[in-house]
Design a protein around this ligand. Structure first.
Ligand code: CUA
Length: 325
């Protein structure tokens, strides 16, 4: 906003301006009514003051039109705020199709970030401009909150489940990143920066940093190391269901219900396999709680996402079950 009087952080994402407009609208309404009320109190106190000791005011028995007026106007205003807020909330909570995914793990007291291509960073997040970025976040210990004021996003990061947030950065630059939930001693230092780069520079950065393995390749290695492949055969002939095309599919469960296989479902099925048993299978899978950390879980899930999406063959290079490279 104003350079020398920064009441607002920079508007550096596609939704920043609309969040600010709603906020300013709310402030505008509050200011308008505060002034109106104080002015009326002041004027009425003068106009309707008692002028003599024995003055008696006229009796008033209510006014239907006045009642309707001061009930109707707030109703309309409240509905505008509700509709506007809800539509912004929906936009803000659903990432657009084709958003790039970045994985965030909060931990006392740092942010650990993994890009699907491989690069990992701590307290820094590199992203390109003009590209929607979906954050898939979880915590290794207590509740944290991922907050980037310049993007107008803030989302709690909880142990034991995934939360998501998304943004599309519009300007090259560096923006503060905070933990916005008191999480212990060093909470105030649990911050960092988001580095927004030109898409070409970003590509260069990813390929420079990501000389190592991709998340999916790390996940594939874990899949073999933890012997998941002994039961989960691609043909579905093992003791566990085939995981081909699992991500995003609707899975029928033993109890007759069904569930959409998203990140949270996959995570739960690894840590607490008997919670949602797939129809036709026995609850024989052991838990992997304590044997796999949050970052590794995200890697295994990244690998599972590559398995024969929507019934297609797995992309070349992800030779499931076998040792990659
Ligand atoms: Cu993490 Cu405050």
């Amino acid at each position: 906003m104003w350079k020398d009087f920064p009441l607002f952080p920079e508007q550096a994402s596609t939704i920043a301006a609309s969040v600010d407009s709603l906020y300013l609208f709310l402030i505008g309404i509050s200011v308008f009514f505060s002034i109106l009320i104080f002015t009326l109190i002041f004027c009425f106190a003068i106009i309707y003051r008692r002028r003599s000791e024995d003055e008696r005011p006229k009796a008033i028995h209510g006014s239907m039109s006045l009642e309707l007026f001061w009930s109707g106007v707030p109703l309309v205003l409240a509905m505008i705020i509700f509709g506007w807020g809800a539509s912004l909330y929906f936009t803000n909570s659903r990432a657009p199709e084709g958003a790039m995914e970045v994985h965030v793990v909060g931990k006392q007291w740092m942010w650990k970030i993994q890009h699907p291509e491989g690069p990992r960073e701590i307290n820094e997040l590199h992203v390109p401009t003009g590209q929607a970025v979906r954050l898939i976040m979880t915590s290794e210990d207590v509740i944290h909150s991922f907050y980037v004021p310049a993007f107008r996003i803030k989302m709690d990061v909880l142990p034991g489940r995934y939360t998501t947030a998304w943004f599309e950065a519009t300007q090259i630059g560096e923006y503060h990143l905070f933990c916005a939930e008191y999480c212990g001693n060093e909470h105030s230092r649990m911050g960092g920066k988001v580095v927004v780069m030109d898409p070409v520079d970003y590509e260069r950065w990813v390929s420079g940093e990501g000389a190592g393995e991709s998340m999916a390749a790390r996940g594939a290695r874990l899949f073999t190391e933890m012997r998941c492949d002994t039961c989960h055969h691609p043909e579905g002939t093992g003791r566990g269901p085939s995981l081909d095309g699992i991500f995003g599919s609707v899975v029928a469960l033993e109890n007759g219900q069904s569930v959409q296989a998203d990140e949270s479902y996959l995570r739960e099925s690894i840590l607490n396999p008997s919670a949602k048993v797939v129809a036709g299978f026995q609850p024989v899978m052991p838990t992997f709680q304590g044997q796999i950390n949050e970052e590794q879980l995200l890697q295994v899930i990244a690998y599972l996402k590559t398995l024969g999406r929507q019934g297609q063959a797995p992309p070349a290079g992800t030779n499931r079950g076998a040792q990659p490279q």
